[in-house]
Design a binder for this molecule. Sequence first.
Ligand SMILES: [Zn+2]
Length: 169
Amino acid sequence: MPQGNQPQTRDSTHLPSTEEMASFMNEAIQEARNGLEEGGIPIGSVLVRKGKIIGRGHNRRIQFGDPTAHAEIDCLRAAGRLQSYKDTILFSTLMPCAMCAGATVQFGVPIIVAGENRTFESSREFMEKNGVTVIDLDLDECYELLKQFADEHPSLWAEDIGLEHIVND
Ligand SMILES: [Zn+2]
C-alpha cells in the first residue's frame, strides 16, 4: 500500500430502501418548504449516514445574498467537516446543478437521490461519469413546488441557475 493520500473509493453498496428514500426525501421537501416560507427558492437537501440525517439545508441565496448558497452546499456546510463521505447519501429535491455536482464528486459522496430532474437540465451525466450512483425519484411534489416558484419569479429562478433573464420581477 503506497503512503500518502488515496483517492476516494466510491462505495454505493449502502443503497437506501424504498421506504427510507421516501422518508428522507420528505425531510428534504420539508427543508424546501422552510426555504419557501423564508421567501427563498424552494429546494431542500439532507445528508444521511447510517440511516440518520447528519446535515440538512435549503437554498438560501436570496436570504443570504449568496450565489453559492444552494441547498446541497447549505446541507454540506451544516454537516460540518467529515473525514469521509463514503457511507453518506445526499438527498436533494432537485437534481444537483454543476456546482453542487462538483462538490459531490469532490468530496466523494457515492449516492445522490434527487426528487426530480424535470425543472432543470442537470449534471447527472457528469456525476455518473465520476462514479456517483444517481437515483431520480421523479416526484410530482418536488416538481410542482419548484415549478410554481419559477413561474412566479422567473428572474430569481434564472439567476439561481446562472441564466440571463430579461424580465424584471
Ligand atoms: Zn446547486
